[in-house]
Design a protein around this ligand. Structure first.
Ligand SMILES: Cc1ncc(COP(=O)(O)O)c(C=O)c1O
Length: 411
């Protein structure tokens, strides 16, 4: 079945917004995606009908509690766990990771080792570096392979020993787009006695996550990167979340997931996230899928992924045909998502970005907080790369037009 791109696009109001009459090509999706009407409607509905705090008998409060429970259950289906208590919602991935690093530090002793991959965004680096510094832990760096653009099992095995307590690993790089074999790598680390904390922020808009299939201990993602509001979400194994030292107010609930919900949640955004999860089900229905909520998520992501891969192959081929352009990532689709970064022989990323943005081709440039990736690749620390990130609402025409603009700017 053909991907219903026209219906999808009509369902994202911002895609038809213009700047002084000029259309926008949103290829800045790796930094944050646009939201569907369902998300907007849910946020508006919250403020119009049941804006309230939680936990009392007012009808508004009862509805907030029901919405929160409904959203965490839908998120559990979305991430592949049957247990909504394993889903923590917070401000963003970075804040949640800091919060959990403070709790996890209680499990580690001076001299213990943690491994951080060099494929990470700083959100999965600095919290662990600071935890290590505060607690006299040793940090081991895990390189990625320059041919596969991924962390290979041999590199990890060489670092593991009986002192290894934690592996911080990303699912997909926000600079190169490389996708790690998280299941294999997590299994190796866990067999050595380490916990595994996965950053799936860049992965989540492209492929459906299955935390139980991966067998990881923690997995973080950010709804604003997968068509939702600015929030962060962490999956954590129940036994760990129950036993971890929680940094919470004394009077706050000990129950999961509230044990790790610090302060008053952004209820309107959580309602919006429910709208995003409904959007995926709406899309599944459009492509003729039936079944459980999880099956609908699978169908939506299957359709989105197939369509996006087609756009990726066009963009990849086009970028590689441009003289002087060096792609910083895999040239095939096999182990990557649709996040494409490049440098050019004669044009700086900042100059290219300025020129592209002035033509309505939205993009990103710089280190993109992938500091270790940039160091490994020998990139200029400030200029970094020019980054383009596709989403399933982009079109073939946009890819062709983007390539024409890039060719013109780089000629
Ligand atoms: C791979 C990756 N990890 C972590 C983050 C940080 O996420 P947040 O903004 O939710 O803290 C980002 C944001 O760009 C990212 O791309």
């Amino acid at each position: 079945m053909q991907f219903p791109i026209e219906l999808v696009r009509a369902n994202f109001p911002s895609l038809s917004a213009t700047d002084n009459g000029r259309r926008r090509i949103y290829f800045d999706n790796a930094a944050g995606t646009q939201v569907p009407q369902q998300t907007i409607d849910r946020i508006t509905d919250f403020f119009q009908r049941y804006n309230s705090n939680t936990g009392v008998f007012n009808t508004t409060s009862v509805e907030v509690d029901a919405m929160f429970a409904e959203t965490t259950e839908a998120l559990a289906d979305f991430l592949g766990t049957p247990d909504a208590g394993e889903i923590i919602i917070g401000a963003n991935m970075t804040t949640l990771t800091y919060q959990l690093s403070r709790s996890l530090a209680h499990r580690f002793a001076p001299g213990d080792e943690i491994i951080i991959s060099r494929m990470e965004h700083e959100g999965n680096v600095t919290p662990w570096l600071q935890m290590a510094e505060d607690n006299d832990l040793t940090v081991r760096w895990l390189d990625f392979d320059r041919d596969s653009w991924c962390v290979e099992p041999e590199a990890l095995t060489a670092l593991l020993n009986e002192r290894t307590k934690l592996l911080a690993l990303n699912y997909a790089s926000n600079m190169t787009g490389g996708v790690n074999d998280v299941k294999t790598l997590a299994g190796l680390a866990q067999a050595a006695g380490a916990l595994v904390y996965v950053d799936a922020v860049q992965f989540a808009s492209h492929r459906l996550i299955d935390v139980k299939e991966l067998g990881v201990d923690f997995l973080a993602c950010s709804p604003y990167k997968y068509f939702g509001p600015h929030l962060g979400v962490v999956y954590g194994r129940r036994d760990l979340l129950e036993s971890l030292h929680a940094y919470k107010l004394r009077c706050a609930s000990e129950d999961l997931p509230y044990r790790f919900s610090v302060g008053t949640p952004a209820f309107e955004l959580i309602a919006g996230l429910m709208g995003t999860l409904e959007y995926f089900q709406w899309l599944a229905d459009l492509v003729g899928a039936k079944g459980s909520r999880r099956e609908l998520f699978l169908a939506a992501y299957g359709a989105m992924g197939e369509y996006e891969d087609h756009l990726s192959s066009l963009l990849l081929a086009g970028l590689q045909s441009i003289p002087g352009l060096q792609l910083q990532g895999s040239k095939t689709l096999a182990r990557r998502v649709a996040t494409f970064s490049f440098v050019h022989d004669t044009h700086l990323p900042s100059q290219i970005a300025k020129a592209l943005s002035s033509e309505g081709l939205f993009c990103h440039w710089g280190d993109n907080y992938a500091v270790e990736v940039g160091k490994t690749l020998g990139l200029d620390p400030v200029e970094g790369v020019l980054r383009l990130g596709l989403a399933h609402y982009n079109t073939e025409e946009e890819v062709h037009e983007a390539l024409a603009i890039i060719r013109r700017v780089l000629s």
